[in-house]
Design a protein around this ligand. Structure first.
Ligand code: PLP
Length: 429
């Protein structure tokens, strides 16, 4: 039989260069990628095309809640896809209804909308805020400096970092930024046009900075006083990563007034699907019907397949007590990192974060840090960790993030600390 389209040559092991070439020729170069081509994973380990094993403490940037190739996710994908993968949101189906119910039970009285990514979840919150303020002509959303809210046009307008906006001006109107954890700045920024405030419970891309309890409680009171929606972007810090379902649950633990705290809207993604692309937002009861029929939608959001996987991720987290593990493994890592910071104060400046969302701030201008000096220290440090068999995520100029699977074991955490210590000790020489 005549072949109309010749089959591409198979990619065999040890062909990093071939894969990179495919990207160079065919993939939009919007990412600065590391020199690694990954082929498969197993739990908290990933393997490159040369068969080299890496301990993955980056978790796909807080996505792979159960690690890689978890059999329960595979089973959920297989079982649900034998029934039905997709039906339009013109119809009802059980997995979406059950997932919405599970999230409402975990957060509080309200309703959920399902999309496909964190940026799309935030877009939903922006539209909610606009609808909320529409009759009074209010449309503005105040966000914080160093925040990150996604790469869509509204997402970059909402993000409090200039680097994501450059080249894409004019920005979509209706967003202003004030310093994070500064209640007075937020209060002063409110204008007659303001409809909502949006913050991350723990800033992620901005360098792993948790909100203080006073800030969260203060924002709630401010929003009540000025009739604003309090919106929280939990895309990175949510889904048990902090050691509780939402980072505000963890931050406000034991704080007077903390147990009744509830935002008006929450965006979710990343760990929600454990690697299956999905996003969602929850909206609190009084506002849950604002986005009425015909006002918002998405073709793929909340498909039976996505929701079946997300339900399975939740079930495994519950069965295997991964909320508690995120807390104890996080504390173990944190103690080890604090020890490193004390031992090598010339290299490590600061350790921040909660649960399995940790940031390691390195000193600026480490003298013997190898690598291209045009790259940030964070990128050069990440390259060093890769060479030592550890995957971590850079943030800002000098920060490395640890966002591992919620089922990280004690042994894996120890291994991670050992590798980090070896690299840091060499830098301190
Ligand atoms: C806090 C936060 N919000 C939104 C996003 C955007 O999510 P996505 O890349 O899925 O669109 C991210 C991604 O890193 C994030 O960390």
């Amino acid at each position: 039989m005549k072949e109309i389209v010749p089959a591409p040559p198979p990619i065999v092991r040890n062909q990093f260069e071939t894969i990179r070439e495919l990207f160079t020729k065919n993939v939009v170069p919007s990412y600065g990628r590391f020199e690694l081509a990954l082929s498969h994973g197993d739990g908290s380990y990933l393997f490159d095309v040369n068969g080299r094993r890496y301990l993955d403490l980056g978790g796909g940037i807080a996505v792979c809640a159960l690690g890689h190739a978890h059999p329960a996710i595979t089973a959920a994908l297989v079982e649900q896809s034998k029934q039905v993968v997709h039906v339009s949101n013109l119809y009802y189906h059980e997995p979406q209804g059950r997932l919405a119910q599970a999230l409402v039970e975990l957060i509080g009285p309200g309703k959920c909308f399902f999309g496909n990514s964190g940026a799309e979840a935030n877009e939903g919150l922006f539209k909610l805020a606009r609808k909320f303020g529409h009759e009074e002509g209010r449309f503005e959303i105040i966000t914080t400096l160093n925040s990150f809210h996604g790469r869509t046009l509204a997402g970059i307008a909402a993000t409090g970092q200039d680097k994501v906006k450059q080249g894409f001006e004019p920005m979509m109107p209706g967003f202003r930024h004030v310093p994070f954890n500064d209640l007075a700045a937020m209060r002063n920024a409110i204008s007659p046009a303001t409809a909502a405030i949006l913050v991350e419970g723990i800033q992620g891309e901005g360098g792993v900075t948790p909100a203080t309890p006073e800030y969260l409680l203060g924002l709630r009171a401010l929003c009540d006083e000025r009739q604003l929606l309090l919106l929280m972007d939990s895309v990175q810090c949510g889904h048990f990563r902090s050691g509780r379902f939402q980072s505000y649950h963890r931050i406000l633990e034991g704080v007077p007034g903390g147990d009744t705290f509830l935002p008006d809207g929450i965006s979710m993604a990343k760990s929600l699907g454990g690697g299956f692309p999905m996003g969602a937002f929850w909206v609190r009861s009084p506002y849950a019907d604002l986005l009425s029929a015909g006002t918002h939608g998405t073709t793929y959001g909340g498909s039976p397949l996505a929701c079946a996987v997300a339900l399975k991720v939740l079930a495994v987290i519950q069965q295997e007590q991964l909320e508690a593990n995120a807390r104890s493994a996080g504390e173990f890592l944190r103690t080890g990192l604090d020890r490193l910071a004390r031992m090598y104060p010339g290299v490590i400046r600061n350790v921040r974060g909660l649960g399995l969302m940790l940031g390691l701030e390195f000193a600026a201008g480490i003298p013997n840090l190898p690598g291209d000096s045009n790259k940030t220290q964070a990128v050069r440090l990440t390259n060093l960790m890769h060479a030592a068999g550890l995957l971590v995520i850079p943030a800002g100029a000098n920060i490395l993030r640890l966002l591992p699977a919620l089922n990280l074991t004690r042994g894996e955490a120890e291994e991670g600390l050992r590798v980090l210590e070896t690299v840091v000790a060499r830098l301190a020489e």
